[in-house]
Structures are given as structure tokens and as C-alpha cells.
Ligand binder design. Structure first.
Ligand code: ADP
Ligand code: MG
Length: 313
């Protein structure tokens, strides 16, 4: 997934940090496996010590952009049930780095394509999140509306952007409808609730376990308190990117995620419009590489989803 990103490796950690990790994991650390998934530049590695102990480490310099995400992940990690997420074993700050250690999961990124044998397990995991994470088990969770309102508001910017898609017929023919639906205040109101929601539900933030086939959810740095439908909504375009039709993606989720069956159409519409506007803007104005390419695919999937929801096709 992240062919364009450059992740830190064990040897990039300062000696002091490696010593502090080895003091906990058991020296010397003898084996590393670096995953392919994810878009961030921090260290992510499965590490094994000579005595056979294993942990999954995520680490970042405190000065880097990622550090606040890793701190957030350490805070929410203590409240996550292991049925949903790998156990947070410990977190520490040493030598101007933050290091989070998790239970290592033996598994792989699930295949979300239509007909995949992983799909039912993945959708069950999304349904389980709703059940296990309501009421919200993390007292420090902020309102999801604060996150969602930063997604909204991009269609006005896109329409006004001289370098942007003035000639983009898809936007031009839907402009007033998009701008009307892309209302942060309404989205904040409609997304209020008392579930711990993940807000970044994608295949590379999931691992399907080799033995049990169950799927665990990783990377909780965006965890927030809100309506349970929000995570299902984040997942719809991921299924579309993987090859599902918008109708098929919504139906697959509705079959296994109660909150998605109950979502108000107005809420799902506002969400689809906001998220797709965010992707469209950042595809044109953010970095290129793997992340830029992903945002381009996601924006296209989001546009198909909007057309389906608003019955524009
Ligand atoms: N507990 C774990 N056990 C095994 N592999 C993991 C674990 N946590 C993360 N990974 C692997 O590392 C990758 C990146 O982890 P993630 O938590 O998503 O960090 P990032 O912030 O870099 O996206 C995942 O896609 C997965 O392959
Ligand atoms: Mg990730």
C-alpha cells in the first residue's frame, strides 16, 4: 500500500531509545519484520528478542508530525477491548521519541474485493466495534464532529480554485447540490453519539488473523466519540475502491452492521459529500506519491457513492 512512503527502521532509532526498548522487550532484539501497509513515516515493526519475546512497535521522534498521533493512540489504547484491537502493552517516551508496543498479531491485511473469503469476517468486525465500543469506553475521547467538520467545506473551495477543476464537469453539474449538502454544522449534529469510533477504517488498518480468521482493527489515533454509523460510513468508499458497486457496498454493511441499517439518509448524504470533497481537494493540493494516488482513487469512489445516494445516475 505504501510504496511511496519511507518508514523509519530500527537502526534509525537513537541508541538511547533502542536501549530503552531492549530493557523492556529483552535484549538483544534479534529480528525485525517491517509491514508494507500504512502511509506514515514512523517506525512500525514486529520485533523479536533472543528469548523469543515479541512485540509490535510503533515509534516516532517527538518533534515529528506523527508524535501527536502516537500519543493519542497510547491514550485510547488502554480503553480498547482486545476483541476489537491488539492489546497496547506499554508506551514510553525516551530520548525524544515516543514508542508504543502492541500485542503482535499474526495475520495479514484483509482482501476487501467482492467475493473475497475475508469479507464477512471484516464486516463482522465492523459490527462488533459498534457493540463493544458503546457506550464509549475512553473518557478522553473528543467529539467526532470536530474531526468531521474539518472534512466538510471543500466543495466551495474547489469551485473557487482557479487552478482547480473549473472544467470538472462532475462538479460543475452538481455544484449547488454539493455546496448545500456540505454543511459542517449539520454533520456535527448528525454524528453525535456515544460510541468510540475509529475514523480511519481501511484495509491497511485491519489485520485478519491467520489462525482464527477474525479481524482486528489497528491504528486508533483518530479515535473519537460519536454515532456508531460513522465508521460504517468511512468504510463504504473503501469497499467501492475494492470493486464493489455503491449499492453492493451499502448492502454488505447493512447486512452486518446495525448502525448502518439505522443511519438517517440525510446523515449519510452529508458524510459522503464532506469526505469526497476532502479527498478531491487534497488529491489536487496535497502530496503526490502513494498518498496522492490513494486520494485520487478515493475521490472517484466517493463521487460514485454520492451519485448513487442522491440517485443522480
Ligand atoms: N499489533 C500489530 N501486529 C502486527 N502487525 C501490525 C500491528 N499493528 C500494526 N501492524 C502492521 O503495521 C502496519 C502499520 O500500522 P498502523 O498501526 O496502521 O500504523 P500507521 O500509523 O503507520 O498507519 C499495519 O498496516 C499492519 O500491517
Ligand atoms: Mg495505519
Amino acid at each position: 500500500m505504501n510504496a511511496g512512503s519511507v518508514r523509519a527502521r530500527w537502526e534509525d532509532l537513537p541508541r538511547e531509545v533502542r536501549d530503552a526498548v531492549e530493557a523492556r522487550v529483552g535484549p538483544p532484539v534479534v529480528d525485525f519484520v517491517y509491514p508494507a501497509g500504512g502511509f506514515t513515516e514512523g517506525l512500525a515493526a514486529r520485533v523479536r528478542s533472543a528469548d523469543g519475546g515479541e512485540v509490535f512497535l510503533k515509534a516516532s521522534p517527538l518533534g515529528a508530525r506523527m508524535a501527536s498521533h502516537y500519543r493519542a493512540e497510547a491514550a485510547v489504547g488502554k480503553s480498547l477491548p482486545t476483541a476489537v484491537a491488539p492489546l497496547l502493552l506499554w508506551s514510553m517516551e525516551a530520548g525524544d521519541w515516543i514508542v508504543n508496543a502492541f500485542e503482535p498479531v499474526q495475520g495479514r491485511e484483509p482482501d476487501l474485493r467482492p467475493g473475497s473469503a475475508d469479507l464477512d469476517g471484516v464486516l463482522d468486525a465492523v459490527g462488533l466495534m459498534e457493540k463493544e465500543l458503546t457506550p464509549c469506553p475512553f473518557p478522553g475521547a473528543g467529539p467526532v464532529g470536530a474531526t468531521l467538520s474539518t472534512l466538510a467545506g471543500h466543495w466551495v473551495r474547489l469551485a473557487a480554485d482557479p487552478a482547480g477543476p473549473r472544467q470538472d464537469m462532475w462538479i460543475a453539474s452538481r455544484r449547488s447540490l454539493l455546496e448545500e449538502l456540505d454543511a459542517p454544522d449539520r454533520l456535527v449534529k448528525l454524528s453525535a453519539g456515544d460510541t468510540l469510533v475509529h475514523c480511519d477504517l481501511r484495509a491497511d488498518n485491519m489485520l485478519t488473523e491467520s489462525g482464527t480468521g477474525r479481524t482486528r482493527i489497528l491504528d486508533w489515533s483518530w479515535g473519537a466519540r460519536g454515532a456508531a454509523w460513522v465508521d460504517a460510513a468511512f468504510f463504504v468508499p473503501q469497499l467501492i475502491i475494492a470493486g464493489h458497486s455503491p449499492a453492493g457496498a451499502e448492502a454488505a454493511l447493512a447486512a452486518r452492521v446495525p448502525a448502518w441499517r439505522a443511519v438517517a439518509p440525510e446523515a449519510a448524504n452529508a458524510f459522503a459529500v464532506a469526505l469526497t470533497g476532502y479527498w478531491s481537494w487534497h488529491h489536487g493540493h496535497g502530496p503526490g506519491g502513494a498518498l496522492g494516488a490513494y486520494r485520487g482513487r478515493a475521490a472517484q469512489a466517493g463521487r460514485r457513492w454520492i451519485d448513487y445516494r442522491l440517485a443522480l445516475i
